[in-house]
Design a binder for this molecule. Sequence first.
Ligand code: AHR
Length: 520
Amino acid sequence: RSVDSRIEVLLDEPLGTISPNIYGHFTENLAGVFYDGIWVGENSKVPNVGGLRKAVIDHMRKIKAPVIRFPGGCFADTYDWRDGIGPREKRPRRPNFWGNGDPKQNVKHKYDPNEVGTDEFMHFCREIGAQGYLAANVRSLPAEQFQQWVDYCNSPAGSTTLAETRATNGSREPYKVEFWGVGNESWGCGGDFEPGQYAMEFRRYATWVPGFGMNLKFIASGPNVEDYHWTSGFFEAMQKRMGSLHMVYGWALHHYAWNLSRGKTNDWDKGKGEAVNFDATDWYELMKEGQRMEGLIEGHWQVMGETDHEHRVKLVVDEWGPWYRPGSEATPGDALEQMPTLRDAVFSGMTLDIFNRHPEKVAMANCAQLINCLNSLYLAHEDNFTVTPVGHVFDMYAPHQGGQSLRTIFSSPQVKYERDGTPATFWGLRGAASLTGKKLFVTAVNPDTSSPRESEIAIRGASAASGTLTVLSAPDIHAHNTFEHPDAVVPRRNELKVNGATVSLVIPPASVVAIELELS
Ligand code: AHR
């Protein structure tokens, strides 16, 4: 057998501990994410736990979902948390950001009934065993309301008036929310600020917020893709003002991949590629857009380091994933919903491996968005539910959580393809490795749509006694799981032949693989 690619794992070159929180999620209050997705209501015939869809809870426990972001997104800067507490039948109905109250908008839930608020969301987190990450409204609520939301969530039982309100609403015990976003996309929908103005707002909101015995972790609204001006502007403004960077735990970064290669227009919807009808060139161009994430992490990290010399502030990639044009929704009318295919699974494996390779820089990441939305792990409608190929990737990658990331060298032939008649290339194999006790865990993606990789893993510094290989792939690159055919793309696990410090394996075309090795 001729080997064409190698994965060399360097056990004595640890890179840092992989934060479990890079396997986090994002649930914005829009369209079908909550209503019909997570929230079915207590009287629904759909199996539920206090109104929350049981299938979602069960699957999120299985993948060890560590943290969930709520309520947005752009929605966050329109949201008044007080609308979402107390008896549900008395809660006000408001225009939702994603329908803007426009009766002509063809989206569901353009008016928000506020049935899901802080208590329902925190109940969801508790059932899963995940932490909540709440994003505060900086654009349209005063700082006082941010402090009161923290009070409502975190004040000890029987202490403040808001602790009593919380108890009346069902939770005597505080929710102990540690992660607080101060606005969202504050350069855009979150207020159209300049970086210096936003730094001022950040300080106003985050200064002297009562911690109720907790060390709150504030996440500042960071850049969209390569907006280095936003990063340097904020960091410099914060540093000038008595070195107030110590107030910032995380610097948020957003990156969506639009598959623009064939986009012939600037139209917000039509300029994007299609979720299911794509060709091999679209596939590679989307991967290229996703690979940009690595440069964004390195680039912003460098700019942050110019002011934050000790790198106290970490990156929080709290929105990532592909975003296609409308038309592939499993449930018509669900704004922003798209059908995840095998391509999105490979994209997601690639992205998670980028985070795995930068453990000292990335403290948290949140895939946008969990269910019935963009790069969703799950699709649901009434009593239908399915795990998407992206959901399977999160399941396969869970053993990396908390592991020691190891420097790993991937070498393989490049993929060659054509873009509008011009030759183009993309890398042929990449991934990440981590060590937890005696378990060595390697994940990788083969982005080549037609060629397998005849591979060899070389473990430098130890030998393997046994191993398994889990493969997620399908004969058709467009394969996806529907309510009718939920098993078109599912992982398959097999024993792996190991030979001391060398492991041979074939990595099929268009695949995501997870290799678990027991070191001797
Ligand atoms: O995830 C959808 C939207 O994308 C979010 O609301 C916003 O933050 C981003 O622009």
